[in-house]
Design a protein around this ligand. Structure first.
Ligand SMILES: C[S@@+](CC[C@H](N)C(=O)[O-])C[C@H]1O[C@@H](n2cnc3c(N)ncnc32)[C@H](O)[C@@H]1O
Length: 318
């Protein structure tokens, strides 16, 4: 049994690697592990050196900051993971701290796609005294859930179930047919039961926000116009990249960033690239809004800048 689980995602046999497949409804072979994953917190205790598996999504109910952020790496909405972690914007934040000293006024900052807000908390701590207003925003700032017979079902805006977690396993609707085969009955049963809401914000940021009116946590979709006052700085970390969106979508999002900024406001786009050794490289590019030319001018880049820099620099905005 343990051997099967140890090899859950890949089986090595005679020097070759095999993936556990199942025969889907249209006679195509599909990998099981994209839909069903091991809950590492449970199996890791039983199987030493467990290679595969996923952090425990049920830690989204934990007040421990690191466990919570770890749980967020398992939350995936419409193809975008909420993966985040403290310290991953460090170099960019240190640059901004020095650069923003020249700003004449206290700063209004808009952080887009902030996930659980742990990197926003880092930035707030770095530039604390300069903040007039800090908007921590994400399109998926909360979700709803229902626990039933040992499984917790998580639902998005559109009331679609995007994740099911138990103590032992984690399920995604990656392969809808397989997912429906397993959960169709239960999902039908709980469909009209009232669900509870879960704010997907780290406890560290929640504490910081208490009694601090400068911090506002709100839902915001980057594909819509920013509805509040214009910002001096817009930060977009690990959201605007071609793995998630096509050029037209990125252009729409950038146009909204442009219009969310004051004249001479600063746009910061960050992309953390995961390396083979498991460590991340922080790459970012910092731009200044040029209202007369209706473009972004590059101010600075860190570790070679972002992959979409040429694209950003080629656009003119409305
Ligand atoms: C990979 S996380 C990045 C979190 C954090 N900025 C960081 O760099 O660690 C991407 C975040 O973007 C959010 N997101 C996805 N689509 C979005 C949209 N249309 N508008 C705003 N946020 C979105 C996701 O919910 C997720 O929390």
């Amino acid at each position: 049994m343990f051997k099967i689980l140890y090899n859950f995602e890949r089986i090595r046999f005679s020097g070759k690697t095999f993936y556990p497949f199942y025969l889907s409804y249209n006679y195509k072979l599909r990998p099981v592990f994209k839909t069903i994953k091991l809950n590492k917190e449970y199996w890791g205790k039983k199987i030493p050196n467990l290679k595969y598996g996923t952090p425990n999504p049920l830690n989204a109910f934990s007040t421990d900051r690191d466990k919570f952020s770890d749980a967020m790496t398992t939350f995936k909405f419409l193809g975008v993971f909420k993966t985040t972690q403290a310290g991953r914007h460090k170099e960019t934040q240190q640059f901004l701290k020095t650069y923003l000293v020249n700003f004449p006024n206290q700063l209004t900052i808009l952080d887009i796609g902030a996930s659980d807000g742990i990197t926003s908390l880092d930035f707030i701590n770095v530039i604390n005294d300069s903040i007039k207003k800090y908007y921590v925003t994400d399109y998926n700032i909360k979700c709803t859930y229902y626990s039933y017979k040992g499984y917790t079902y998580f639902f998005d805006h559109a009331k679609n179930c995007f994740l099911v977690a138990s103590e032992k396993f984690v399920f995604y609707p990656t392969d809808k047919k397989l997912f429906d085969f397993i959960f169709k009955k239960s999902l039908k049963k709980i469909k009209n039961f009232s669900k509870q809401e879960l704010l997907l914000i780290n406890s560290g940021l929640k504490e910081k926000k208490e009694g601090n009116e400068a911090i506002e946590i709100m839902e915001y979709n980057v594909f819509e116009a920013w509805p509040k006052e214009k910002a001096d700085v817009v930060v977009v970390g690990n959201l605007l990249n071609k793995a998630y969106f096509d050029d037209a979508q990125i252009e729409t999002a950038l146009n909204n960033c442009y219009n969310a900024l004051q004249e001479n406001g600063i746009l910061t786009i960050i992309r953390n690239i995961l390396q083979e050794n498991g460590e991340e490289i922080e790459r970012s590019t910092i731009y200044k809004k040029n209202e007369s030319a209706k473009i972004f001018n590059k101010v600075h880049e860190i570790n070679g800048g972002i992959e979409i820099d040429e694209f950003v620099s080629s656009l003119s905005f409305k």
